[in-house]
Design a binder for this molecule. Structure first.
Ligand code: PEP
Ligand code: MN
Length: 338
């Protein structure tokens, strides 16, 4: 349920509603919008639905949220959420470019790649230190050594870093190094992990599972936000279809769909969506044109030597070309890259 406060409702009136909700065991999530304050009530609805909310001073009305996701819904917060990571903003009219190798390999390679990304106008460095691999025999990532290399690359370039966390037991250590913690497609419904990152004060990049619906993606985000962490960026990274030419199928419709259903920003990962470097530019431009809040692309100085996902990685020239195209389209549709 949402309790919509009147314009100009006082802090005491808001506090009183929050206290009353908490007194019946509900959680109260206060969203202070440009025009209105809305209080989301989460918990056993029978306990609070019958209270005479409209008799409370400062309350305009109480309305049920009909969707299964509440706090991430547009109904709860009509304005776009702008997620701030240091000086970086994701959402609204900003377009974020996250880029880097699939996995962290060596410090030098990572720093060279980070410098290129920075020079071409990218905003975040990506790189996996804990890698979810289909085969137990494939390279599993450098672990904490990889996290240290990411921190060194941040130190060198000033770029914030995004890296995956796969295990609730690693959340603390990954959080010490990462600016944004990624929940990968395979873990989108790892509810223990979602609850754990919901307790953190750190931005979470939540990737859509390749067999999950948009509603399931938003329910996964609801786990994180209801745990107390509202700093969430969603990511469409392709879903499994009957098509085999591409690794997955990029669901472009997820972008406007998520924007209509939720206030959270959504970026697109054309690398894992397509599995083919030659498709990255077209898919990135399509994502931008469809209203995405950013992209995340894999970049490697020598894709043929990459330890992981070489065929879908752009080389440095490919990334520079992509950035020129992205900047030109972004300018013409009123999106900002910095
Ligand atoms: C990744 O971004 O490193 C990754 C493994 O992607 P996904 O979880 O989307 O497969
Ligand atoms: Mn990859």
């Amino acid at each position: 349920m949402m309790i919509i406060m009147k314009d100009g409702a006082t802090e005491e009136q808001i506090e009183h509603v929050v206290d009353r909700l908490e007194s019946v065991g509900a959680q109260a999530h206060v969203s202070r919008g440009k025009y209105k304050t809305v209080i989301g009530a989460i918990g056993d609805r029978e306990k609070f639905i019958t209270l005479p909310w409209e008799a409370f001073a400062g309350v305009e009305k109480a309305v049920p949220i009909l969707k299964p996701f509440k706090l991430v819904s547009r109904e709860f917060k009509p304005e776009d959420s702008i997620i701030e990571v240091g000086p970086l903003k994701v959402g609204g009219d900003q377009f974020a470019v996250m880029a880097g190798p699939c996995s962290v390999e060596t410090e030098k390679l990572l720093i060279d790649t980070a410098k290129l990304i920075k020079k071409e106008g990218g905003s975040v460095l990506r790189g996996g230190a804990f890698k979810p691999r289909t085969s137990p025999y494939s390279f599993q990532g450098l672990g904490i050594e990889g996290l240290k290399m990411l921190a060194a690359a941040r130190e060198e370039t000033g770029l914030p870093v995004v890296t995956e966390v796969m295990d609730p037991r690693d959340v603390e250590v990954v959080g010490e190094y990462a600016d944004i913690m990624q929940i990968g497609a395979r873990n989108m419904q790892n509810f223990l992990l979602l609850k754990e990152v919901g307790q953190q004060k750190k931005t979470i990049l939540l990737k859509r599972g390749f067999c999950n619906t948009i509603e399931e993606l938003l329910m996964a985000a609801e786990y994180i936000v209801s745990g107390g962490n509202s700093s969430v960026i969603l990511c469409e990274r392709g879903i499994r279809t009957f098509e085999t030419f591409t690794r997955n199928t990029l669901d472009i419709s997820a972008i406007p769909s998520v924007h209509s259903l939720s206030h959270l920003p959504i970026i697109v990962d054309p690398s894992h969506a397509s599995g083919r470097s030659e498709l990255i530019e077209s898919l990135s431009l399509a994502a931008l044109a469809a209203g995405a809040d950013g992209i995340m692309v894999e970049v490697h100085p020598k894709p043929e030597e990459a330890w992981c996902d070489g065929p879908q990685s752009l080389d440095f020239n490919g990334f520079a070309h992509l950035m020129r195209q992205v900047k030109s389209l972004a300018t013409s549709i009123g999106k900002k890259l910095d």
